[in-house]
Design a protein around this ligand. Structure first.
Ligand code: SF4
Length: 293
């Protein structure tokens, strides 16, 4: 029995956990390749037209694995941090993938609360029982996976470039070089390094969320707006580059909030969609480098 693990969406945040967990379970797991044109085309065919690019890519990864695997894992992530909500599409991901690909061989679809170890273990237990893994093996795999996730350092903090920007966005847009058209490489080529949100600590983040009528609770808003403010005030950056998905609801609010809070500080928004033409994209990056200068 082979289990397919699609490498899209929040896999970019939880890869150490996922890999350790399935390794320790000693199941036959197949991980998807990096995103590419074939996966995007498959995703576009198997997903609703209105979905954002990361959703289509995830559908593409899932559809490709379904050709060779008996089951595919489609996590239903409810939240990542206590008190912070994520996009509802994550909560309905198994149904979205099922209706798109027409297959119902998803496992590990129980609601997952990444901030609550007991609830997380309970959710995984059900999937493990489905594939015949004992509770004792699950316990061991779970402990190792948690440990590896917390011991892995994430994020980028690059020195040695003429300029440095805060690279804002969701992990699957920042780290999927196919989706973002090799953004990091292009920035480096323009002598621009990046720093990401992981280099701002939790108390600094929270300090930027005061003064609103209601405290913001959207996960991606908090993790992009607040670091942008902290890094700008610290004078750690020369500008902000926000890599966003076309038709993302939370980004539309976050981007306006940042714009309204930074005055004339250099700010570039790059919207990703299914188009893979790079000419306009490159021109905008070059123009932004002139603004930084
Ligand atoms: S948060 Fe935005 S980019 Fe991410 S899945 Fe939801 S709509 Fe798509």
């Amino acid at each position: 029995m082979k289990i397919g693990i699609p490498g899209g969406l929040l896999y970019y945040r939880y890869e150490p956990f996922v890999r350790t967990f399935f390794n320790e379970l000693e199941v036959d797991a197949e991980y998807s390749t990096r995103s590419n044109k074939e996966i995007l085309d498959l995703g576009a065919r198997n997903c609703v037209d209105e979905a954002c690019l990361p959703m289509k890519l995830f559908h593409g990864h899932a559809a490709k694995l379904q050709k060779t695997c008996d089951y595919i894992t489609v996590p239903r992530i409810m939240n990542c941090e206590f008190g912070e909500s994520i996009c509802p599409k994550f909560r309905g991901l198994p149904e979205l993938v099922g209706s798109g690909t027409g297959k119902s061989n998803q496992i590990f679809t129980e609601p997952i609360y990444m901030n609550d170890k007991e609830k997380l273990k309970k959710a995984l237990k059900k999937g493990c029982r489905q594939i015949g893994v004992s509770d004792s093996r699950l316990e061991k795999a779970f402990r190792s996976a948690l440990e590896n996730q917390s011991n892995t350092s994430f994020g980028l903090n690059e020195d040695g470039y003429r300029h440095r920007v805060f690279l804002a966005g969701h992990p699957y847009n920042i780290y999927d070089s196919f989706a973002n058209l090799n953004l990091l490489q292009k920035l480096h080529h323009l002598d621009i390094g990046v720093i990401t949100e992981e280099w701002v600590n939790r108390s600094e983040l929270m300090g930027e969320l005061t003064g609103f009528i209601k405290r913001p609770y959207w996960f991606f808003l908090i993790h992009n707006f607040a670091p942008a403010m902290v890094l700008m005030k610290r004078k750690d950056i020369d500008g902000i580059v926000y890599v966003s998905s076309f038709c993302c609801g939370t980004d539309s609010v976050t981007i306006e909030l940042i714009k309204n809070s930074i005055g004339s500080f250099p700010f570039l928004v790059l919207k990703l969609d299914e188009q893979t033409g790079e000419a306009g994209y490159n021109t905008r990056l070059e123009a932004f480098r002139e603004v930084l200068k």
